[in-house]
Design a protein around this ligand. Structure first.
Ligand code: ZN
Length: 301
């Protein structure tokens, strides 16, 4: 019994010491810090949904919320039903940060587009999305799940919905170049890219040039990045890692970023033929269903 009591007292002393080292005597009477900011994304479903898709959306929203934070303010949202997309409910509310609708409806034929993202409302303050919509093609959902691509697709689309899109980065002048060589020039993205892409001689971060969208193609260049979350590619065995380069781009866009949330990722050099051609593409998955409208934030918190 003696040994046990001593052991317990020893543990108590250790714990007490640790607390004192953490707070300090001068701070003992200081008010507690405010709670960490939360509520970055609110998800609302605009159609029937499956449990598997709902689970993937929940996991993706939690990961993006760990990675990104920003107090965008409160917004008065007023719109009629179907104003931005078919199935959109009427809105008349004050909403904080991003409101993200997700629907599971037909997009096109089986094997075509897997999903797409559109922006309904942007903030006048920083051109970041305030109301976005992800539409998942129900014709492809079973095969996407069978290939193990669902989480990657949803994480990718949510990246567009949060601001990785030309409506957000072009007004900030974060992209430049030609349609043959569009590049992202944000300082943080470039800094992170330089840690990974030493084999690539560019001093900017290459955007996809395989489309005719030029600076408006919101994807990293697949021939350089390969399997990365914001590359326009997905396939069986793809891990779709969230790299620090993508997180750097989000910091360039104005978010506060926790780089520790990034997944392991290395840019694999592409020297002719060693890049695995994706089985399916996420190209052209950022669309403008209707022109977005602008809303102005009120900062009440
Ligand atoms: Zn995309």
């Amino acid at each position: 019994m003696l040994m046990k009591r001593i052991f317990i007292r020893h543990l108590g002393l250790f714990a007490s010491t640790a607390v004192c080292l953490g707070c300090g005597a001068d701070q003992a009477s200081a008010p507690p810090p405010p709670p960490p900011f939360s509520g970055q994304i609110e998800i609302r479903y605009a159609s029937d949904i499956t449990p598997a898709l709902q689970n993937a959306v929940t996991i993706a929203a939690a990961k993006w919320t760990r990675a990104l934070s920003k107090n965008m303010g409160d917004f008065q949202l007023t719109s009629s039903a179907n104003e931005c997309f078919v199935g959109e409910p009427a809105l008349n509310e004050t909403h904080h940060n991003l409101l993200l609708f997700v629907s599971l409806l037909q997009v096109d034929h089986h094997g075509g587009a897997l999903a797409y993202t559109a922006i309904c409302k942007l903030s006048t303050r920083d051109t970041l999305p305030i109301v976005s919509h992800i539409r998942v093609d129900r014709e492809d959902l079973d095969s996407v799940m069978a290939r193990g691509e669902l989480q990657g697709v949803i994480m990718h689309e949510m990246g567009h919905a949060l601001g990785f899109n030309p409506l957000s980065y072009l007004p900030k002048e974060l992209a430049e170049g030609t349609s043959d060589d569009p590049v992202f020039i944000g300082a943080l993205a470039r800094s992170e890219f330089s840690k990974h892409g030493a084999w690539y001689t560019g001093t900017t971060v290459p955007l996809e040039n395989a489309s005719n969208l030029g600076l408006r193609d919101p994807h990293w260049r697949f021939s350089v990045f390969g399997d990365e979350l914001m590359s326009p590619a997905i396939g069986r065995g793809f891990k779709s890692p969230l790299s620090t380069i993508t997180l750097g781009a989000f910091q360039d866009l104005g978010y506060t970023v926790d780089f520790s949330v990034a997944d392991p990722y290395e840019v694999v050099p592409f020297f002719g033929g060693n890049r695995v051609v994706p089985e399916r593409t996420l190209s052209n998955d950022f669309v403008r269903e209707t022109p977005p409208t602008f809303v102005t934030p009120q900062f009440s918190r």
